[in-house]
Design a protein around this ligand. Structure first.
Ligand SMILES: Cc1cc2nc3c(=O)[nH]c(=O)nc-3n(C[C@H](O)[C@H](O)[C@H](O)COP(=O)(O)O)c2cc1C
Length: 182
């Protein structure tokens, strides 16, 4: 069995999440092909036993490459177990409305693309203050402050719950194994 793990990223946290998920799938006995969604190469989704897609939110939107991929490949994707990891910061906000908004983002993506993911996981991302340029650093500091998050810009802050991600990947691996047996 081989699973295709695709990711989109701007600052690298979603790639780290996809790499972690790929390693976890391998440890559960799955073969894995890991690729940037902008350069999937030979990877045709329908040829795999399952597809995991990891995508971050920037200014309320998933990358266009993710939207386009789902529109282009939804027919092939419908034939295999699929899972989606939505990477946001709002999901760990102290504000319940912000968290609810983050929780609603995959449904909006579904509406936009017409594709329904079998499973969705919400992963908190990272504040990469050391990698942002001056303006992005100030913007993200302001947003973090308004959400009760960290404002120390002298270092990065990672919020991803790796154990929760592993549990989700375990459930997805079960879906893939079950579908392969059917
Ligand atoms: C310019 C910018 C805008 C962002 N906008 C949002 C947002 O609207 N909602 C949210 O929950 N997180 C937002 N984030 C947080 C990102 O989702 C988070 O930093 C994530 O780890 C980014 O993933 P990446 O490193 O793979 O690009 C934003 C981050 C940046 C830098």
């Amino acid at each position: 069995m081989t699973v295709l793990v695709l990711y989109a990223t701007v600052e690298g946290q979603t790639r780290k999440i996809a790499e972690h998920a790929a390693a976890q799938l391998e440890s559960l006995g799955q073969g894995v092909v890991l690729a940037d969604i902008r350069e999937p190469g030979f990877a045709i989704p329908g040829r795999f036993d399952g597809v995991l897609l990891c995508a971050p939110i920037h200014i309320g939107r998933y990358p266009d490459s993710v939207v386009q991929f789902l529109i282009d490949w939804k027919a092939a994707l419908a034939d295999v177990p699929t899972a989606f990891v939505s990477v946001t910061l709002a999901i760990c906000s102290k504000d319940a409305d912000d968290r609810a908004e983050a929780e609603g983002l995959p449904a909006k993506l579904e509406k936009k693309t017409g594709f329904h993911m079998n499973r969705v996981h919400h992963a908190a991302g990272a504040l990469k203050f050391l990698e942002y340029d001056f303006f992005k650093r100030m913007l993200m500091r302001q947003i973090a402050a308004s959400e009760g998050g960290p404002v120390d810009t002298s270092r990065d802050h990672e919020f991803t719950d790796w154990d929760a991600l592993d549990r989700f990947i375990g459930e997805f691996a079960d879906d893939v194994a079950l579908a392969a047996r059917a």
